[in-house]
Design a protein around this ligand. Structure first.
Ligand SMILES: Nc1ncnc2c1ncn2[C@@H]1O[C@H](COP(=O)(O)OP(=O)(O)OP(=O)(O)O)[C@@H](O)[C@H]1O
Length: 716
């Protein structure tokens, strides 16, 4: 309405029609400039007046056009100041532009009318337009201060604080079996955790999260107290539940439990998924019968339930026919657990909770989640949502117990001791909250390195809990690969370099990283290649045999890459073929375990694996980990290299770095402030000059073609 009103009354700009023009909301107002003019006043002394070019009242305009007087508060004042000349020029310019505007307005009049009909504009005076309220930037909150108190105030354990096992209150039989296995001294994380979990004055009443480097002995830190607490239980019930991410880890964790179990008679079971569910069910739950006339009568009443029939039908379809047991008169079926402790993957656990009749979590007292960050990252059939209700479930009391409970207002609550562990423990509170931890405590194993950020200040104590520690005995190297299509040849040369006697042929030489005062690594490719040994064999070194004691674990980015790389190595070095195996997600459980076992026993020298093998695997005396493909992130790097240099032993980790990966690797891995390394340790650059002759190159091409043909054949 307003705009229509204005459009109808907008006259062409002229002195005579100036009143309407002055009050019309002009599109050009946006462009208007304010001019401050100094005007002397006879009565009040000098006054300052603002003139808006397009908002001049008609009477003012008329006066202004005389170039003699000026208007203030509706009154005309003669201009007498020394600025008169300047003002006159301004007035002349203004007059000319008003003239121009009038002409163009006359032409555009109609169209302006149309535009104004549709414009929702409001008249506006000279007062300043409302501006957005100035906001003050909120003070930055550090990530650490946003964490709950228990995550900020972790208990820090020095890696030097080890104690003999016999100083801890553990059973004599357990101590003996540990001693027989060569375990005399409890590692630092064990020395810290065992008193918190074993009965005694230092026992901690609450859940414990543990962040400690790879190979620091976390498995024993939880296995030992669980066995100690359950060893005297007269009846077998499922009381301990250990959840790990992979099948390979299950058998490894079981070995540690077996070690602690010496003479306790506890039954330790596993749910791996390598057997059929039905076979596994038979191993976990015993079906028997109990004399109970009352329950028998109740059972009879609810027989032939349609829902039950449907459930049974579904069950049989999926798992095969159910074994029916012949029930004696006045007897009911009774299920009992065949295991005290169960080690399982989350997927298999969910299947047993959902489909195994008689499988119950109602007696579980210990829950361990190993490699917690990985398990919490992946939902695995919402395993936590299936698990936790089972751990919170309270069986109904019999009438007498119920009356006593009511009389004393007893609050019934399950107290399951939860232990959450990882070398790269998550501080993601949303993930940890899902575990419903009770009075949680975070225990962090510190490295030997005293971390100092680049500015020389000590990190705030809490912030350092974000760091991950690498084993202090680990040596790390980075090898630049100039041409990524020759990466397999670099790998072969690297593998040959470690076979003792041939090391001098391999043309490998560590380069001391040259650190500039600002911490930047200045060692260039040029300097690297200059320092490299220029000699080389230049022929096909097919006579080089793999050392029978030296083992290398090679990581690739996918299962497919691992399989192809293992095959390519075999094609390039046929004499090695019998000493190479792969471990990937697609490897069957049985063959994976077989390969691992052979690798552990040094029957295999090279294991090519995907990241499936990067978590938790313990291969004693593994010499070398090679990241053939770059790890996807820092966490993955930490776990990969952590397969070596375990339990205080020496170990090496080498990463092959393509040109486009170099910046990320050196900045985010090698020089990351989030990583704690042993005193004075840093990732060393290795200059490796590829020394291959024409014959080797030809063989390489042939091998690639053969591999390509095989892969194609597989996909056809
Ligand atoms: N007190 C000890 N004395 C000697 N060896 C030990 C002791 N405790 C553990 N070990 C050995 O140390 C190795 C590493 O232990 P473990 O696998 O528990 O490490 P971890 O901290 O769980 O590592 P990761 O984070 O990689 O899973 C194993 O070979 C184990 O047998």
């Amino acid at each position: 309405m307003t705009s229509q009103f204005y459009s109808r009354y907008i006259p062409p700009l002229s002195n005579a029609t100036a009143p309407e023009a002055a009050s019309r909301p002009s599109k050009k107002r946006k462009l208007s400039k304010s001019i401050t003019t100094f005007v002397p006043s006879q009565e009040k002394g000098p006054v300052t007046k603002r003139i808006a070019q397009d908002a001049v009242a008609p009477d003012q305009e008329a006066l202004l056009s005389t170039k003699q007087d000026y208007v203030a508060d509706g009154q005309a004042f003669p201009l007498r100041s020394p600025h008169q000349a300047v003002l006159s020029k301004y007035e002349e310019a203004k007059r000319q532009s008003a003239e121009k505007l009038r002409k163009s307005s006359a032409i555009e009049e109609n169209s302006i009318d149309v535009q104004y009909d549709h414009m929702d504009t409001e008249p506006h005076g000279l007062e300043s337009l409302p501006q957005p309220v100035e906001t003050h930037e909120l003070p930055k909150i550090s990530m650490v201060s946003a964490l709950p108190e228990w995550l900020r105030s972790a208990t820090h354990v020095s890696s030097a604080s080890t104690v003999p096992f016999n100083s801890l209150s553990i059973n004599e039989k357990t101590a003996t079996s540990l001693q027989e296995a060569g375990y005399e001294i409890a590692f630092a994380i064990q020395a810290a955790i065992l008193p918190m979990l074993l009965p005694g004055p230092e026992h901690y009443h609450g859940d414990i999260c543990i962040s400690a480097a790879t190979g620091s002995g976390k498995t024993l830190a939880y296995a030992l107290p669980i066995v100690e607490s359950l060893r005297d239980k007269p009846v077998t019930k499922l009381r301990g539940l250990i959840v790990v991410p992979t099948r390979e880890l299950i058998s490894q964790v079981k070995e540690t439990f077996d070690l602690c179990n010496g003479g306790s008679g506890l039954k330790i079971g596993t749910a791996v998924g390598s057997k059929t569910l039905r076979d596994e069910q038979a191993m976990l739950v015993e079906e028997g019968q109990r004399y109970d006339p009352e329950a028998y009568r109740a059972e009879k009443k609810k027989e032939i339930d349609e829902d039950e029939e449907l459930m049974d039908w579904d069950f049989e379809k999926r798992f095969g026919p159910k074994d029916e047991i012949e029930l004696l008169y006045n007897h009911v079926v009774e299920y009992t657990s065949k295991v005290d402790i169960l080690i399982c993957t989350p997927g298999r656990l969910v299947e047993h909770v959902e489909y195994t009749t008689g499988f119950t979590l109602e007696h579980v007292q210990w829950l361990v989640i190993d490699e917690a960050d990985r398990l919490l990252d992946e939902s695995f059939q919402q395993w936590i949502d299936v698990l936790l209700p089972g751990l919170e479930y309270l069986p109904p009391l019999d009438p007498i117990q119920q009356r006593i409970a009511d009389a004393f207002h007893t609050l019934r609550r399950r107290e399951v001791q939860k232990i959450i562990l990882s070398a790269t423990m998550t501080r993601d509170i949303s993930k940890l909250t899902a575990l419903k931890l009770r009075r949680p405590k975070l225990v962090v194993l510190e490295g030997m390195s005293q971390h100092k950020p680049k500015d020389g200040n000590e990190l705030p104590w809490a912030e350092s809990t974000e760091r991950v520690e690498l084993p202090t005995t680990l040596e790390e190297f980075g090898v630049k690969v100039s041409k990524s299509n020759e990466k397999p040849l670099y790998l072969i040369q690297l593998l040959e370099s470690q076979q003792g006697s041939v090391s001098d042929k391999a043309n490998v030489k560590p380069i001391k990283a040259q650190e500039s005062p600002d911490g930047k690594d200045t060692s260039s490719d040029e300097s690297a290649s200059q320092q490299a040994n220029s000699g080389g064999a230049g022929t096909v070194p097919d006579s080089i045999a793999l050392s029978s004691t030296h083992r290398t674990l090679i990581f690739t980015k996918t299962n497919e890459h691992a399989t192809r790389l293992a095959r390519l190595i075999s094609l390039l070095r046929p004499t090695w073929a019998a000493k190479i195996a792969t471990l990937t997600k697609s490897t069957t459980s049985a063959s994976g375990l077989k390969a691992l076992s052979a690798f552990r026993k040094c029957k295999l020298s090279i294991l090519v694996a995907s990241d499936r093998a990067s978590r938790g695997l313990d291969i004693p005396h593994l010499d070398h980990v090679i990241s053939y493909d770059m790890p996807s992130n820092l966490t993955s790097y930490i776990h990969r290299v952590g397969r070596t240099a375990r339990a205080g032993k020496a170990g090496r980790a080498t990463t092959l770095i393509a040109d486009n990966e170099a910046r990320w690797f050196w900045n985010d891995i090698a020089r990351s402030e989030k990583v704690g390394r042993g005193e004075g340790r840093k990732v060393a650059r290795i200059a490796m000059k590829l020394e291959i002759g024409e014959e080797e190159r030809r063989l390489y091409q042939e091998a690639l073609e053969k591999l390509g043909g095989e892969t194609q054949g597989r996909h056809e």
